[in-house]
Design a protein around this ligand. Structure first.
Ligand code: AMP
Length: 183
């Protein structure tokens, strides 16, 4: 895909995201990604541009964060010839898990991954729909790091630039987002 074609596709995707003011609480500009999945055209364009970023990188596992990372995560995994691994909230994964605790806007939260989900040879792409403060992805990154994999890449569909979530990550972590908003 050439640069101009990619720009046009990203523009189309940008226009397709729906902004819902004051959801779920006053003051939040909620970025609704569901219209991106709704039509054949937007779903296939989204898939195409996401894959364009990650072809030929030797990715062996896509890790998706519950729950909006479970939509494009498996699609990317299939197209990249990789496996898919879920990171879930506590009490959902049935086998032995590793866990990471992190701070949310209101109190603490935890995420878990199956202990046998990744191995030292894996090149991992962690995917979620949106980067806001970065707390959720940082916890996922720490969880996967502790499992001693070969390489970790991080991907979002949307990034809220002004919240500066990417500042939380070590410089060497490659973080890519397709669509950027100020808030
Ligand atoms: P954070 O840990 O602050 O980066 O929050 C990331 C998670 O919260 C993502 O999984 C998003 O789905 C969700 N989220 C946070 N802020 C928004 C927003 N403005 N619009 C849509 N989803 C959001």
């Amino acid at each position: 895909m050439d640069k101009k074609e990619k720009e046009e596709k990203l523009n189309m995707l940008h226009k397709t995201v729906r902004n819902i003011p004051d959801f779920p609480i006053p003051g939040i500009q909620f970025k609704d990604v569901t219209p991106l999945f709704k039509t054949k055209e937007s779903l296939s364009t989204l898939t195409e541009v996401l894959l364009d970023e990650y072809k030929e990188m030797g990715i062996t596992k896509v890790v998706g964060i519950e729950s909006r990372g479970f939509i494009m995560g498996p699609i990317m995994a299939l197209e990249l010839g990789a496996g898919f691994v879920p990171i879930r909230k506590p009490g959902k994964l049935p086998a032995e898990v590793y866990e990471e605790e992190y701070e949310k806007e209101y109190g603490m939260d935890k995420i878990q991954i199956h202990k046998d989900a990744l191995s030292k040879d894996d090149v991992v792409l962690i995917h979620d729909d949106l980067l806001a403060t970065g707390g959720t992805m940082l916890a996922a990154y720490k969880l996967v790091s502790k499992m001693g994999v070969k390489k970790i890449l991080v991907n979002f569909i949307i990034e809220l630039d002004d919240l500066n979530g990417r500042k939380l990550f070590p410089d060497e972590v490659e973080i890519k987002s397709l669509i950027h908003y100020s808030v």
